[in-house]
Design a protein around this ligand. Structure first.
Ligand code: ADP
Ligand code: MG
Length: 705
């Protein structure tokens, strides 16, 4: 047997169970072993029957002196009653509608029962307790009389079943080899893999379980650090060192209509130095919406052009790519810099402030010949035919919008020499998260907003003030400003299976969630018939989207009703109102992103939050929006309250546990980093094949830029 052995070959798991286990993502022995409990119940203390009182939970142990199953008259429900006796007394236990229990619990057998004690006119009884037959007193048990692990369950697979499947593996676990060097583990009092795996499923005490968890958190942090250090080692001297053209850069900065913030200067200087090295830069520029990341990337782009090298700038949407194209044309209108745009099926070329549409083969050819200095585009840039002559800098805007593979294609696969990589994100990533998950990148933070920005007034609006809010929107439009209305959904569709499972009340709420189509219709025909209300969502064709954004930018649309597609980088300085429907459905970081779409001019801007139901009005999270203006603080709060799902997306959801634990124990991260560095200074990774293999499979799942 190995970790890769399919679960179907375990004698306790037939084809029926293995199908169900697959629903939990469990296919192999390794999957099952690494399927950790979500919590534990302490059933280790056995109470004498004469010591129990009604209302509390107990574990009792005794002999079954009576067992009886009958059907109730009215409902034909099976009722199983047994009486268990120990040396101090006897107690009844009752189960409803589980007739098989009566068969399992025969008179004379020794049993553990764990559950709540209730009382009626006949006396005390255990109601629906957990039961486990035991051969003899004091023998080891799996489900009661100890600390019981509780797992994520699915239909037909209970925690009890998982414990049963696992119990056949636990002996074998004791032979699993270790892949982390022993001295590292002993030095830091971290348990061996085999001991940790055993203890996580079969702990003697809660402390032992928690110590076992530490092992896996340490392992994760150690591997992240090792991946980063290893890559630094591999990439050493594999890139293009760029000379810093300080004079020209200073001149360029002088042409800007504003002075750079200190944070912008710091980040720019750090990156100029990074790109001056032969080892490729891997840096994440993390700055709140509007903190001015674009101009920082432009300065680096200029320096790269001055080194006669090319730049690629990739953005997640056509709107954003186009906007960068316009911005770069404007910034470099006095420079002999050629800029290309590949977005959707459209191809553009620009030089010295003038741009025109061009044809694909022509543009691709000038990119390949090196004539185009800066290539801007969407993921269309990833296509094989887009080949650059001598790229040296890659900028990935809103990097979290791209998959691991997409980024790998752009940053590694397509190029012979490794370009410098500047990833940018406006999602304020809490430090802990950045280090645990994006741990393989260096990080710069723009934590300072350009001067003169007004704080956006944010209010939670209760339903009775809805009309008032609309009047306010109207008054802003009358003053010549524009407004966004954000809804979580495009249109009402059939609820998903998950939604269907919710209790009726919550299910009803689901139908109340506002949709872009309904709201657009309502606002245009009912509320603002005299104004122009536009609509934007992800299912529209790209030229439709483009047309509406253009109309909004040109002010021929007053109010834009949109889904979260506007979240990313759209720049409409004239908008002063952001009205968000069903705000509780968004993460704080995301709400903060929406809010960042406004407040981009010298006038006061307003963010109005509506909730799906009054129950959400009091949410602490939403209230934080009204008092906190720092994206980092909001992100940190979201991380604590809702976990890292929001930041990580589906594929990494399994890492929640790690991130949350690191939040609680930041010292462990520092230790892991230290150990990884130390290890690689004295060893090469291939010296320990098991560790090497583990690292490979680990990094394939990591957020590598
Ligand atoms: P983001 O970091 O969200 O990408 P942008 O780069 O789009 O932000 O910048 C937002 C706006 O702020 C742009 O209009 C830009 O010209 C302007 N800006 C950038 N840096 C400064 C600065 N130091 N002072 C004033 N305005 C600035
Ligand atoms: Mg931006």
């Amino acid at each position: 047997m190995s970790l890769d052995t399919p679960l179907t070959s375990l004698s306790r798991i037939g084809p029926k169970f293995s199908k169900k286990l697959e629903k939990l993502g469990l296919k192999t022995v390794g999957d099952l072993l690494f399927f950790f409990p979500t919590r534990y119940e302490d059933l280790s203390h056995i109470t004498k029957i004469d010591e129990i009182t009604p209302g509390a939970d107990y574990v009792v142990q005794g002999v079954i002196i009576r067992s009886h199953t009958h059907r109730s008259f009215k409902k034909h429900m099976a009722i199983t009653e047994i009486v268990v006796e120990d040396e101090s007394g006897a107690i009844k236990a009752i189960w409803f509608n589980q007739p098989y229990i009566g068969k399992a619990l025969a008179e004379g057998a020794m049993v553990n029962l764990a559950g709540k004690v209730a009382e009626d006119q006949h006396g005390m009884y255990l109601s629906n307790p957990l039961y486990e037959l035991i051969g003899a007193p004091m023998r080891d048990t799996t489900h009661t009389g100890r600390i019981i692990p509780i797992y994520r369950e699915t239909k037909g697979i209970t925690s009890k079943a998982i414990r049963y499947f696992l119990s056949s593996l636990l002996e074998w676990v004791k032979e699993l080899p270790e892949y982390i060097p022993h001295e590292i583990l002993t030095r830091n009092n971290i348990p061996l893999l085999k001991d940790a795996l055993y203890a996580i499923h079969y702990p003697k005490t809660l402390e032992e379980a928690s110590h076992a968890h530490q092992r896996f958190i340490f392992e994760h942090l150690f591997l992240v650090s090792l991946a980063r250090e290893q890559r630094k080692k591999e990439n050493y001297n594999s890139g293009v060192p760029l000379t810093i053209h300080l004079e020209e850069i200073k001149q360029f900065i002088d042409t800007l209509p504003f002075t750079l913030t200190e944070a912008q200067k710091r980040a720019t200087w750090t990156m100029l130095k990074n790109t001056g090295e032969a080892t490729p830069m891997q840096r994440l520029l993390n700055g709140d919406v509007g903190s001015g990341k674009t101009v920082v990337s432009a300065i680096l782009a200029l320096n790269t052009v001055l080194n006669k090298r090319q730049i690629i700038i990739m953005a997640p949407t056509e709107i954003l790519a186009r906007q960068h194209f316009e911005t770069f044309i404007r910034l470099f209108q006095a420079y002999p810099i050629a800029i290309g745009l590949i977005a959707g099926k459209k191809y553009h070329y620009a030089f010295e402030g003038l741009s025109s549409e061009t044809q694909k083969p022509i543009l691709l050819k000038s990119i390949r010949s090196g004539k185009i200095n800066i290539v801007i585009g969407t993921h269309a840039l990833l296509e094989k035919e887009v080949v650059l002559a001598h790229p040296a800098l890659i900028v990935i805007d809103e990097q979290h919008r791209f998959g691991v593979e997409q980024r790998a294609i752009l940053t590694r696969d397509k190029h012979v020499v490794h370009p410098h990589v500047l990833s940018m994100t406006a999602t304020p990533i809490p430090r802990t998260l950045a280090l645990t998950v994006f741990g393989d990148m260096d990080i710069s933070v723009l934590d300072e907003m350009p001067k003169g920005r007004k704080k956006i007034t944010t209010k939670i609006v209760s339903p009775e003030n809805r009309m008032q809010a609309y009047e306010f929107v109207r008054s802003q439009v009358k003053k010549g400003f524009q407004a966004f209305v954000i809804c979580p959904r495009i249109e009402t569709s059939a609820p998903s299976e998950d939604i269907k499972k919710l209790p009726t009340q919550q299910k009803m709420l689901w139908w109340e969630v506002k949709t872009v189509k309904d709201e657009h219709e309502k606002l245009q025909s009912l509320i603002f018939p005299d104004l122009k209300v536009g609509i934007l969502h992800g299912k529209m064709k790209s030229d439709e989207k483009e047309a509406i954004m253009k109309a909004f930018a040109e002010k021929s649309v007053d109010i834009l009703v949109s889904t979260s597609v506007v979240e990313v980088g759209v720049d409409i300085p004239n908008a002063t109102v952001m009205l968000i429907e069903s705000a509780e459905r968004f993460g704080l970081a995301q709400l903060h992103q929406f809010r960042g779409r406004i407040g981009r001019n010298e006038h006061q801007s307003y963010c109005l939050l509506f909730t799906t139901s009054v129950v959400h009005l009091e949410e602490r999270r939403l209230k934080a929006m009204t008092t906190t203006h720092s994206g980092f603080e909001l992100a940190e709060m979201d991380l604590r309250l809702r976990g890292p799902g929001e930041f990580l997306g589906e594929e990494q959801s399994g890492w929640s546990d790690i991130v949350m634990s690191t939040l609680k124990n930041p010292a462990l991260l520092a230790i892991a980093e230290e150990e990884a560095k130390l290890f690689l200074t004295h060893h090469t990774i291939t010296e320990i094949p098991a560790l090497h293999e583990k690292l490979e499979s680990f990094t394939s799942k990591l957020h590598l830029a």
